[in-house]
Write a protein that binds this ligand. Structure first.
Ligand SMILES: Cc1ncc(COP(=O)(O)O)c(C=O)c1O
Length: 276
């Protein structure tokens, strides 16, 4: 299968070869489908609801993670890292996606997961089995802060590992914007689908917000493209990471990163305008 380079690189060719990227996604652009049954549950006054099927983005692991990983793992390979170390609860979906991405590469990379406690549901137990299946090495801590310190210490004594913050997003403004760039690119993909009349420019985009790299990328992308769509973020995590300031900070950091490479990218600043 031919894997196309990001639309962002087609629009801004100077980014190519400067912004790290590797192809991981297999079904782009992800299809957009109308949800007529869901529409019946709301008074939409003629409005329509669509879903962008990012669950179909990769044959093993759908969802938001692999859009970020195309750019983050681009950097991991560029820096010739031996593996990736990341952190989350014992049922971290981000950790599982990371284990799968490391396992899928040729040659595979090592994946170390630092895990802190969360309720042991059926889903969490299933993830624990999958971490093992995809060859991740697990480090079990108790509380979040203690586990986080051990995670940072691992990186200190293993410099050839890439340290990825939870969700692949910057944490309190620290860390790479490459995951966010994955969703700036997603906004450009959406705009192409609007241009192709697959659907109209949406009034509202709803997205889950954990570490808010996803939301920030969409906000930045919509602003760069001058889309009128308002991004509404549905919190799925603590307000420590999932808040309007974090969305704004991550969006502006991503734009600044891209503009450092290509000055023709609009010089805009995202205000604190998202709804949570
Ligand atoms: C499908 C999906 N979309 C979006 C998110 C939010 O991602 P982020 O950590 O970038 O806010 C998550 C996880 O929290 C997710 O699983």
């Amino acid at each position: 299968m031919v894997k196309e380079e990001p639309i962002l690189f087609q629009k801004y060719p100077m980014l190519k070869n400067k912004v790290p990227w590797i192809p991981l996604l297999t079904n782009l652009p992800t299809p957009i489908e109308r949800l007529t049954e869901l529409e019946k549950g709301f008074e939409l006054d003629g409005g329509e609801i669509y879903i962008k099927r990012d669950d179909k983005i990769h044959p093993i692991y759908g969802g938001n993670k692999f859009r970020k990983f195309e750019f983050i793992f681009g950097k991991v390979l560029k820096k010739k890292k031996r593996g990736v170390v990341t952190i989350g609860g014992i049922g971290t979906n981000h950790g599982l996606a990371c284990a799968i991405a490391c396992h899928e590469l040729n040659p595979p990379l090592k994946c170390h997961l630092y895990l802190f406690h969360q309720p042991l549901t059926w889903h969490v137990q299933r993830l624990l089995l999958l971490f093992d299946y995809f060859g991740a090495k697990l480090h079990l801590g108790k509380g979040m802060i203690g586990t986080f310190i051990k995670f940072l210490f691992f990186k200190l004594i293993h410099p050839r590992y890439f340290l990825m913050f939870p969700g692949g997003s910057p944490l309190f403004g620290i860390g790479t914007s490459l995951g966010t760039v994955g969703f700036v690119n997603a906004a450009f993909e959406l705009k192409n689908q609007i241009n192709q009349n697959i659907f109209r420019e949406p009034d509202a985009i709803f997205v889950a917000g954990g570490t808010v790299g996803t939301a920030a990328g969409l906000v930045a992308g919509c602003k760069l493209l001058n889309l009128k769509s308002k991004v509404h973020v549905v919190m799925v995590s603590s307000s420590l990471t999932s808040n309007p300031s974090a969305v704004k900070r991550n969006a502006n950091k991503a734009i600044k990163y891209l503009r450092k490479i290509d000055k023709s990218i609009p010089n805009i600043t995202v205000p604190k305008e998202v709804d949570l």
